[in-house]
Design a binder for this molecule. Structure first.
Ligand SMILES: Nc1ncnc2c1ncn2[C@@H]1O[C@H](COP(=O)(O)OP(=O)(O)OP(=O)(O)O)[C@@H](O)[C@H]1O
Ligand SMILES: [Mg+2]
Length: 512
């Protein structure tokens, strides 16, 4: 396929300079009210993984869209040392740039084959698609990424991980020299992540340059050759990974040392707030647990262990087949999320994009939507008190937005997450807050802030359930941890029993 893999190796061994695959110099990008990029530079060499990091709203996705020809910009764009005119996505594709986006915009009703060869279907001389050839070629590319699926299968029937593999196969089919990945692992589980990393290394060995955006610093340590940091639209610097540890990356991103990621908990355990007894749905079996006011209780487990399904069972999103749920001793009727909400149970869903965002509404409307009993037909009306709280949450969570009136869809991915989270922190009369993956896609600085807000809320008497796949997070913020596997609770750990080994050993699915 590509023949410059050896070239890249040579460069790494001899320290000779090679012409970058692409280079951007002094790039500026302005949106109404936002100077998103303030003179940044970036270059990508063949056969390297170049990580791009920075806090939510730092400008990472914006730079990627510029490289991909989606946005116009001020500055210089060079491809293999030559000035290039990239003013549309097809210009970028023609130069060998492929993007695997943070938000998938895959045509879900196309087959795998049609998606891979979109805009490049093989035709015969009468203009008819050569289906046989299409499926054969597709199978070859699927083989290369190790995906064993029928090329005729529709994209919508694939998991996110497999859709991503199809996108990589598409990049390979186009002989991409530059592959851009924007938070590729945010919806993948352990083995899927390993698989993705293996593919990245394979592309790298063929001389492909990879731009890798992620908030997971341990991934970057494992995968990257060089790291570029943006802060608030400004270029901070580029370093080889060898000279950066996580602490150094964090301080470059946030501009200060970040001590105390986790607040000191002095759990004051009050009355029994949420009690779940022998709860079963078609996804979870015989789940029993209790959360008291003032407590932060964690749910750990592997992807697919049934933690999200447990939250759906409690709230009544999924049909309750057996068991009882009560809030301060009052039974929660089954199958009524509305009733649950009225009784003071809040759920911040895992997939906030799908379940939570009103794309056409402003930041402040998105925040206050669950606090209102009804929204008047003239739109959402904010009291003075509420506006104050909204502004204070925007500040506390460092939500990067020109104002509370900005449409939420104009915010960066992580900042949208913060808004949805803030929605629940604003809600009055909340007794139990269940929060699924509280910091997914959220930068380190805001993570620390979210932990401290959860801590405050618990101190005020809220009972909090945190579902998290991040081991340091559950161990750092929770007073107790339940571990789930195979749709049921397999262990319960008190704070003094927390350890990664114990949690992991209880994660193994006893049913398999
Ligand atoms: N289409 C747009 N219109 C207006 N402002 C925008 C638009 N796209 C991005 N912005 C703003 O530009 C800034 C940079 O956003 P960008 O999406 O590049 O951040 P990011 O570094 O990718 O963050 P995250 O880690 O949250 O994904 C943000 O302040 C964002 O609100
Ligand atoms: Mg982004």
């Amino acid at each position: 396929m590509m023949s410059d893999g050896g070239f890249a190796d040579m460069e790494q061994h001899n320290g000779m300079s090679v012409t970058p695959l692409l280079e951007l110099r002094d790039v500026h990008k302005k949106f109404p009210g936002v100077h998103a990029l303030k003179g940044v530079s970036f270059n990508l060499k063949p056969g390297e993984v170049h990580a791009l990091i920075g806090e939510n709203g730092a400008g990472k996705s914006t730079l990627i869209k510029i490289i991909a020809g989606v946005y116009d910009f001020e500055g210089t764009y060079l491809v293999e040392g030559q000035p290039a005119q990239i003013s549309s996505p097809s210009d970028a594709i023609a130069k060998g740039v492929a993007v695997i986006y943070q938000e998938f915009n895959i045509a879900q009703d196309l087959s795998i084959a049609e998606n891979i060869f979109f805009g490049a279907l093989p035709h015969d001389k009468f203009g008819r698609v050569r289906w046989k050839e299409l499926y054969r070629k597709t199978s070859e590319y699927l083989e290369q990424v190790g995906l064993h699926e029928d090329p005729r299968k529709k994209m919508r029937f694939l998991t996110v991980a497999k859709q991503q593999m199809v996108e990589i196969a598409k990049a390979l089919s186009r002989n991409a020299k530059v592959v851009i990945m924007d938070e590729p692992t945010s919806a993948l589980c352990g083995s899927e992540i390993e698989n993705l990393f293996a593919l990245v290394r394979k592309m790298k060995s063929r001389g492909v340059g990879i731009i890798y955006v992620s908030h997971k610093l341990e991934e970057i340590t494992e995968l990257a050759d060089r790291v570029t940091v943006f802060r608030d639209g400004a270029y901070i610097g580029t370093d080889p990974i060898a000279v950066l540890d996580e602490k150094a990356m964090i301080s470059k991103m946030v501009g200060r040392e970040l001590t105390n990621m986790f607040p000191k908990r002095s759990a004051h355990r009050g009355k029994l707030a949420l009690e779940v007894k022998n709860l079963s749905t078609h996804k979870v079996f015989n789940v029993s647990f209790a959360v008291h006011e003032g407590e932060i209780v964690g749910f750990a487990g592997l992807m697919g262990a049934g933690r999200t399904e447990m939250t759906h069972a409690v709230l009544g999103v999924d049909h309750r087949m057996h068991g009882d749920v009560s809030i301060y001793g009052v039974p929660l009727p089954p199958n009524s999320p509305v009733k649950a909400r009225k009784m003071g149970v809040g759920l911040v869903p895992e997939d906030r994009k799908k379940d939570g965002i009103f794309a056409d509404l402003s930041v402040s409307d998105n925040m206050s939507i669950v606090s209102l009993d009804e929204v008047s037909k003239f739109g959402v009306i904010h009291g003075k008190d509420e506006s104050g709280k909204i502004d204070s949450l925007i500040r506390k969570l460092t939500i990067r937005t020109p104002s509370a009136r900005q449409k939420i869809s104009k915010l960066s991915g992580g900042n949208q997450q913060k808004v949805i989270l803030a929605r629940w922190l604003l809600k009055k009369n909340l007794k139990v807050l269940i929060i699924d993956e509280p910091t997914r896609g959220i930068d380190v600085g805001a993570k620390a802030e979210i932990y401290s807000i959860l801590n405050e809320l618990a101190q005020q008497g809220l009972a909090i359930v945190v579902v998290s796949s991040e081991m340091p997070e559950v161990m750092g913020v929770c007073d107790r941890i339940y571990i789930m596997a195979g749709g049921t609770i397999t262990n319960e750990l008190q704070k003094d029993e927390f350890s990664e080994e114990t949690i992991l050993s209880s994660c193994i699915d006893i049913h398999n």
